[in-house]
Design a protein around this ligand. Structure first.
Ligand code: NAI
Length: 254
């Protein structure tokens, strides 16, 4: 199966590193023009340079996905530069502080995580749909988590946001299926990314428990998640609508 995205435009958020960068790279390798967005201006420019240097056509964009106006402007920038958006991977997510229990957590922490992880996906999906509706074709993948499928102690805000993404994805997928736009969600398990490196530094005991519980016996690679995103955005997944795809080494099977 040779998945090609020649003459297509992909929009990937949180693309400065980790899974987002792996997704931007795999879309570029498949022939797509790629708009790579991230809140970190320096790192997204460096990430885009690293792909443009090797001959790919990528556009770096700085945005905060929790800010609806910035997302609207970012989508307009992609369309003005590349002419359209065919596929989108809404990847941005941040980890909440790990606390022993909810009574020790702060309201602002919950609000911030929900604003980035859930409202951010709503913002991106909305403006991507406005564009895709014009051509009556498109595919969107939203990034949830293994924490969107099962309870994990000490990260209630993160898990609430990731469960919310699945509910949002299912409902919007039903709204747009007959307009030619497929929307699905992926649930990565623990992968080797800057987010997980930071989580291990901040909460070694919690992360050791999570990693020990992976049936496959190892953490995932960002490229293993990116290849599923590529497949779901392709016509090979043309009958997949509103579904949740766990890529977690078996974590949520037990
Ligand atoms: P990461 O932290 O390594 O990369 C996330 C990127 O998003 C960073 O480049 C960061 O600058 C950017 N970002 C953060 N806030 C932003 C905002 N408000 N607006 C725009 N960009 C922003 O994350 P990683 O590990 O690559 O995770 C990617 C997605 O996968 C996230 O949604 C995460 O929740 C999910 N996930 C990751 C897992 C893992 O083990 N790495 C496990 C389960 C889910």
């Amino acid at each position: 199966m040779d998945i090609r995205f020649d003459n297509k435009v992909a929009f990937v958020t949180g693309a400065a590193g980790g899974i987002g960068f792996a997704a931007a790279k795999i879309f570029a390798e498949a022939g797509a023009k790629v708009a790579m967005a991230d809140i970190n201006e320096k790192r997204i420019n460096e990430a885009a340079d690293s792909l443009n240097c090797t001959g790919y056509d990528v556009l770096p964009i700085t945005l905060d996905v929790s800010d609806e106006q910035q997302v609207k402007m970012a989508v307009e920038q992609v369309v003005s530069h590349f002419g359209k958006i065919d596929v989108a991977y809404n990847n941005v997510g941040i980890h909440a502080a790990v606390r022993e229990n909810l009574a020790d957590t702060e309201g602002w922490d919950f609000d911030h995580v929900l604003a980035v992880n859930l409202r951010g996906i709503w913002n991106c999906t909305k403006y991507e749909l406005i564009e895709m509706k014009k051509y009556g074709k498109g595919a969107i993948v939203n990034c949830s988590s293994q924490g969107g499928l099962v309870g994990i102690p000490c990260i209630g805000a993160y898990n609430a946001s990731k469960h919310g993404i699945l509910g949002l994805t299912k409902s919007v997928a039903l709204e747009y299926a007959r307009q030619g736009i497929r929307i699905n969600a992926i649930c990565p398990g623990t992968c080797e990314t800057p987010m997980v490196k930071h989580a291990i530094e901040m909460s070694p005991d919690h992360m050791a428990r999570v990693i020990d519980a992976i049936p496959l016996g190892r953490v995932g690679k960002p490229e293993e998640i990116a290849s599923m995103v590529l497949l779901l955005c392709s016509d090979y997944a043309g009958f997949a609508v509103g579904q949740t795809w766990a890529m977690d080494g078996g974590y949520t099977v037990m």
